[in-house]
Design a protein around this ligand. Structure first.
Ligand SMILES: [Zn+2]
Length: 175
């Protein structure tokens, strides 16, 4: 299977999705997963940092912007556990997960920057919409690969693969 894998427990996945797609608002939500990776294997979920309204400069139905404090906080948490980070956000108004052009405009610099900040550890970026998920993973030296699936307690949830398709098709421009 091409691409990376994220391993997460059923309880943690349910909690994450419930946080990202609440029923009471159509604003996008965000979270960071603290994940570890052994020798290029799957990303393994350790802890979830569910972001709150106060962690965002802007929070709308199609846009999220983290505060500096929130960004510094998650980097600090990852350094404390000596692990990697995987960001998640939601597209509440979509049914099929795929990074938007605005998402990729930010991630184009943020992804490699986070790899650098985390001393070469991979940085994952995922989006959920409806019952679907998609994601990509940055590695050292600007490498990028798709997230192939989320392994929820042994149940494999394949990603939509649309973000990778757009990347390879040049829809986001040069990464
Ligand atoms: Zn988005």
């Amino acid at each position: 299977m091409e691409g990376g894998i994220l391993n997460i427990s059923g309880a943690a996945w349910e909690e994450l999705v419930a946080h990202l797609l609440p029923t009471w608002t159509s604003d996008e939500q965000g979270a960071f997963l603290l994940v570890k990776q052994d020798q290029g294997g799957p990303l393994i979920h350790l802890e979830t940092i569910a972001l709150q309204r106060s962690d965002f400069v802007t929070q709308g139905s199609d846009f999220l912007e983290l505060t500096d404090e929130a960004r510094i906080g998650v980097i600090k948490a990852a350094r404390t556990l000596d692990c990697s980070l995987c960001e998640f956000h939601s597209h509440p108004l979509a049914n099929t997960a795929c990074m938007s052009c605005a998402d990729m405009a930010g991630l184009r610099t943020f992804g490699p920057h986070m790899v650098w900040r985390m001393k070469g550890r991979p940085y994952g970026a995922c989006v959920v919409a409806g019952a679907t998920v998609d994601g990509i993973i940055w590695g050292e030296n600007g490498t990028i690969q798709p997230l192939a699936c989320v392994n929820v307690n042994g149940n494999v949830l394949p990603t939509t693969g649309l973000t990778w398709k757009n990347i390879t098709g040049g829809k986001y421009g040069t990464l």
